[in-house]
Design a protein around this ligand. Structure first.
Ligand code: UDX
Length: 438
């Protein structure tokens, strides 16, 4: 198939290289010349395990190209909208500027036999509005919605071996058949490998994505709420998570208590979902998501309070080592990162904060000049009055408490991700605290 991805950010770039790797001819389009030049030269604009190799291999096949020239889209048949839908600056809603701009820039180049596919995460009703935009411009190409579910750190695996493929098809049977034929062709290898296919209308496909992310966010906030109760009772949230996770109906995943969820998806998706429910007159249906958001934010503030207490009530002249800045390990993404939120809050209160992250150091340096950045955990912890582990990178999980103790000022560890062995750290002379564990 001949496919364009419109938008070459995280989603678009990974999708473009992945689709080229399974045999399609793919053109990655973006308005950002620097990003396009880098991608064309095999330089990924973000940290994602395996993406460097995948990109270079796909470029070497000659099936993957990148350009800022949207007129080239005329020679391709499927156009996949992969642009971002961030939270609006002054509201909880999703900002659809890039989605509309992507469709507008495609319009002059679309042919009747082309198909437009939406992959960005959008509020329900967006596909319907985009069809109207296409029809108003005289375009006859059908539109289908085809949400993605990729996780950062596993983006390639999730794109090439997804848990499921979802099609949101047009109501008109002839249009639906045209769109489906193109989608089936694009995903032929995955469908042959028995990947479950779920088919619905536009609204259903749009809602599948936000429902999945809302459920995941709810699961995390649920266990974090239980962690709060554990802290008031002396119970151990990780044992509770293990025990309830053994129930097949609950399952063990996404029950890791800690400092909560961040990133470019879960926080903005639950907020946009609530905002959309409000517009649709069903605010109450999603009122619980407000609580999910509150629990999530409370955990970050809880760590700030724990740190203040650990320092005897004052941040003045105190040095704090923060291990981790990315919102999760194996990523350099600091969007809505709980770790970076905590580091900034502590710095704002007057502490001398030194952050280290295996992938996000340069991003922290550029975006938060008030935070000092250290090469590694040992450099960050040197002379520290307290050490905070906030992103569970393997190198932090494997830290040697005896060696780290030699460099710190005060051996006090606050483990915001519950990944260290309390007995091992206490034995090495540390005061060890974690989230919802005695
Ligand atoms: C998420 C969805 O998982 C993915 O399907 C969707 O397409 C995009 O949004 P991602 O943002 O990459 O993916 O991260 P994810 O692995 O879901 O983690 C989100 C956040 O939740 C991270 O900050 C992580 O640290 C946190 N988390 C996750 C927990 O605090 N506890 C858990 O048990 C799991």
């Amino acid at each position: 198939m001949r496919i364009t991805t419109v938008g070459c950010g995280y989603l678009g770039a990974v999708y473009a290289a992945s689709m080229a790797s399974i045999g399609h001819e793919v053109l990655g389009l973006d308005v950002d010349q620097k990003k396009i030049d880098n991608l064309a030269a095999g330089i990924p604009p973000f940290h994602e395990p395996g993406f460097d190799e995948l990109l270079r291999e796909a470029l070497d096949t000659g099936r993957l190209t990148f350009s800022t020239d949207y007129s080239l889209a005329a020679d391709y048949e499927a156009h996949v909208i992969c642009v971002g839908t961030p939270q609006q600056v002054d509201s909880a809603r999703a900002d659809l500027t890039y989605v509309h701009a992507a469709v507008d820039s495609l319009i002059p180049h679309l042919q009747d036999h082309h198909v437009v596919l939406g992959r960005s995460t959008v509020p329900v009703g967006t596909a319907e509005a985009l069809v109207q935009r296409l029809r108003d411009a005289g375009v006859k190409s059908p539109l289908a919605w085809n949400p993605e579910f990729l996780r950062e750190g596993f983006a390639i695996e999730d794109t090439l071996r997804p848990d499921r493929i979802v099609y949101g098809l047009p109501e008109d049977p002839a249009e639906a058949a045209r769109a489906r034929k193109v989608l089936d062709g694009m995903y032929a290898t995955m469908l042959e490998a028995d990947t479950p296919l779920v088919v619905g209308n536009y609204a259903t496909a749009e809602l599948v994505k936000v429902s999945a992310n809302s459920f995941l966010a709810t699961k995390i906030s649920f266990i974090n709420a239980v962690a709060e109760v554990c802290e008031a009772t002396g119970a151990d949230v990780s044992v509770i998570a293990e025990a309830i996770g053994l129930d097949d109906r609950i399952g063990p995943k996404f029950l890791r208590a800690g400092i909560g969820f961040g990133g470019g998806c879960l926080p903005k998706d639950i907020r946009a979902f609530m905002a959309r429910a409000g517009e649709l007159g069903v605010t109450e249906a999603l009122a619980f998501l407000r609580e999910v958001d509150h629990v999530n934010n409370r955990r970050r503030d809880h760590v700030v309070n724990m740190t203040r207490k650990a320092l005897g009530g004052s941040f003045t002249d105190k040095r704090i080592a923060v291990l981790g800045a990315a919102f999760k390990p194996n990523s350099d993404d600091t969007r809505q990162s709980p770790a970076l939120y905590i580091a900034s809050k502590l710095s704002g209160r007057g502490a001398d904060v030194v952050v280290t992250d295996p992938a996000a150091n340069s991003r922290v340096h550029a975006e938060r000049p008030n935070l000092a950045v250290a090469e590694d955990a040992y450099a960050a912890a040197t002379g520290a009055d307290v050490v905070l582990l906030l992103t569970e990178w393997d190198e932090f999980k494997q830290l040697d408490p005896v060696k780290l103790r030699e460099v710190v000022g005060t051996p006090h560890m606050i483990d915001g991700r519950n990944v260290l062995d309390p007995a091992q750290w206490r034995e090495a002379g540390w005061t060890y605290q974690s989230m919802g564990r005695p």
